[in-house]
Ligand binder design. Structure first.
Ligand SMILES: [Zn+2]
Length: 102
């Protein structure tokens, strides 16, 4: 175990700080969502374009939902380190009917 409370590095690269801008603009873990957003708002997602996006109500809505989604994923990753989300209880197999004797 290592303590990295100061600068949590991103899962994609140990040298990358998992900052807001990294998550929104750079992190390849959200590449698909980012591409989807860029397509919707027809704007390349760059730091210089953020104000342009925020000025447009439609683009802003799309951008904020993208940001919310990525942040939720980023924070849930930290939480899921302790929990085990894949722990599913196996479905109880139905008891096979007793074989009928002739
Ligand atoms: Zn990253």
């Amino acid at each position: 175990m290592h303590s990295n409370s100061k600068n949590p590095s991103c899962e994609c690269d140990a040298d990358k700080i998992e900052s807001v801008w990294h998550i929104i603009l750079k992190c390849f873990r959200y590449e698909v969502a980012r591409y989807d957003l860029e397509h919707k708002i027809e704007t390349k997602l760059e730091k210089q374009k953020i104000h342009e996006i925020m000025e447009n109500p439609e683009k802003r809505v799309e951008f904020l939902s993208f940001a919310e989604k990525t942040f939720r994923e980023a924070t849930s990753r930290h939480r899921s380190m302790k929990q085990r989300p894949n722990e599913e209880t196996p479905p109880t197999a139905p008891t096979p009917a007793p074989t009928q004797k002739p």
